[in-house]
Design a binder for this molecule. Structure first.
Ligand code: AKG
Length: 246
């Protein structure tokens, strides 16, 4: 990236999981958090097979609030709080991961209170109606936590999917990352495909080892930004209108 030296640290190769330290400064983290203020709604989550929305309160899969901020590159889609400064950050992330702005969703800022969590899940979702898949995630920590605060991000299947399911909620297995303000995790939700031709989104295979969880937060608050990168422009034909878009 021009102007700022960043180091990509390989945390795991299976899943492909990387960390970039200090991608955002503390001022930039504060900016993203302040833009989300006043826009939070209860977080929803979706069944990976059917795409149906879970009832977060009833099925206990996810407990947090979220708000979308920043531009969806296509100016037709307005309604999210945005500014030149946050769009500059969006361009920074797009250039870091070498996927154009058109392939990124607006940023989902997530706020956890004590007791908040997100059980084991896969970010890779194929949206048949728009023919696009979320192929990669950039997860930015907007504040720091200590190990005993809880709220770490856990990849229980790092190294391979075991024969018996693992309990991601205890965060005792696999790779666990404690949030540090400004740092970003980058991981791929689909398996690599042989180069040489363009793969259709529906042919992409999800990487089960990329399943991850937000460990229960014991104290303090936790803020992250999810940046989901698509195989195609997710705005093509997409009505991207509510705070709880998937
Ligand atoms: O909060 C975290 O550490 C993980 C969040 C997450 O997995 C998600 O929002 O999809």
């Amino acid at each position: 990236m021009r102007g700022k030296q960043l180091e990509l640290e390989t945390l795991e190769t299976n899943p492909r999981l990387f960390r970039v330290r200090s991608l955002l400064s503390s001022d930039e983290c504060a900016l993203v958090r302040s833009m989300a203020e006043g826009h939070y709604t209860e977080s929803a989550s979706y069944d990976e097979d059917s795409g149906e929305q879970f009832d977060a309160a009833r099925d206990g899969r996810r407990r947090s609030h979220n708000a979308f901020v920043g531009l969806l590159h296509n100016k037709r889609f307005s309604g999210f709080p945005t500014s030149e400064r946050i769009e500059r950050l969006q361009r920074r992330v797009a250039s870091l991961i070498r996927m154009g702005m058109p392939n990124a969703e607006p940023w989902q800022v997530v706020r956890y209170a004590p007791g908040g969590f997100y059980r084991l899940h896969q970010d890779g979702v194929y949206f048949p109606e728009y023919n696009t898949t979320r192929v990669a995630t950039v997860l930015v920590y907007l504040n720091s936590l200590h190990g005993d605060d809880g709220g770490a991000t856990n990849f229980p299947y790092s190294g391979g999917v075991p024969a018996t399911p693992r309990d991601a909620h205890s965060c005792s297995e696999g790779r666990t990352v404690v949030p540090h303000q400004g740092d970003a995790l980058i991981f791929y939700n689909v398996l690599p495909r042989a180069p040489g031709r363009v793969w259709r989104p529906e042919e992409l295979v999800f990487d089960s080892t990329a399943k991850h969880a937000a460990c229960p937060l014991v104290r303090s608050e936790k803020y992250i930004a999810n940046i989901w990168l698509h195989s195609a422009d997710p705005t093509a034909g997409l009505r991207w209108g509510t705070a709880n878009s998937p």
